[in-house]
Ligand binder design. Sequence first.
Ligand code: NAG
Ligand code: NAG
Length: 368
Amino acid sequence: MRSSVVSMLALGAAVTSAFPTASRASSQVKRATSCTFTSATKASESQKSCSTIVLDNIEVPAGESLDLSDLEDGTKVIFDGETTFGYEEWDGPLIRIEGSNIIVTGTSNHTINGGGARWWDGEGTNGGKTKPKFFYAHSLDDSTITGLNIKNTPVQAFSVQSDNIVLNRITIDNSDGDSAGGHNTDAFDVSESNGVTIRNAVVKNQDDCLAINSGSNIVFTGGTCSGGHGLSIGSVGGRDDNTVKNVTISHSTVADSANGIRIKTISDATGSVSGVTFSDITLSGISDYGIVFEQDYENGSPTGTPTTGVPITDLTVSSITGSVDSDAEQVYILCGDGSCSDWTWSGVSITGGSSSSECENVPSGASC
Ligand SMILES: *[C@@H]1O[C@H](CO)[C@@H](O)[C@H](O)[C@H]1NC(C)=O
Ligand SMILES: *[C@@H]1O[C@H](CO)[C@@H](O)[C@H](O)[C@H]1NC(C)=O
């Protein structure tokens, strides 16, 4: 073992002379390797010794994660062929990738197929089978995930808890679940993160396209969302971190979904939502609300009675256009007394449906 490290050191000395210490040099040399794996277990065991990890038609064993949570800084992870998962009732995640400066991509001929239909029973995380979460991007800092093609997640797709992460051109196609019992198939759940950019996502699912529970400096742009619950902040409150700050959601479309854009905060909880911008969003086929901001959630449902502990301040709503279904409402705002302020509202032009007669404490600037 020792002698192989020494000989690799000698071999790599010229290449690594720019690095100041021997230990840094040895890790650089050791990792100047591209590894192709056809087994998830082997990929996990050998993850520290490869600078590039190609996952070639991996079949992840039932009840196990494709676990790349111990990567060296700067590792590249490339999905190739079809990645599949064995069936078991468990919480998951099916994939877990952690590290710094990690680059995750897929080849032009890859699919990551969750095979969700085996778990779908119309109950999502509310009951029935225990369903594995799909992809934990936790502590995946200063990293990028680009161009992944994902199909049929059992329940929620991405859980993002990372700093300075970019998710670009990710496609999540859970449309098979529309008729086969897909439920709670959120595409991107973001929490406890600082600096998240999600660009050019294409999502077909049965729950939120985006849900931000906490975090700061978050951008979602160029998204195409359909079949689900729309672009959402919340629910905020009642967790470890209940602050949402500086979020821009823009240049996106939401089609055939329950809501267009939404903020929901938890009844009687504390926290804050500030500096959120929704702009240039086009809606179509919205069945419940085009725009909905409400401060009355409890156990996942609205109570109808807003509370003031999670104020929504410095909110910008601009250029929200398109249409809602005939039995939907264009805008619904339910704020507590004084807990919504500094709102800027322009270019909201939604056709179809009706106006809500139940808005409360609508701040000046906004209209219901
Ligand atoms: C693409 O991936 C599929 C599934 O793994 C495989 O059967 C097929 O041979 C691949 N095609 C090319 C051109 O690599
Ligand atoms: C808000 O977040 C964006 C995106 O991360 C960042 O570029 C900008 O500087 C932040 N604004 C403030 C006031 O922190």
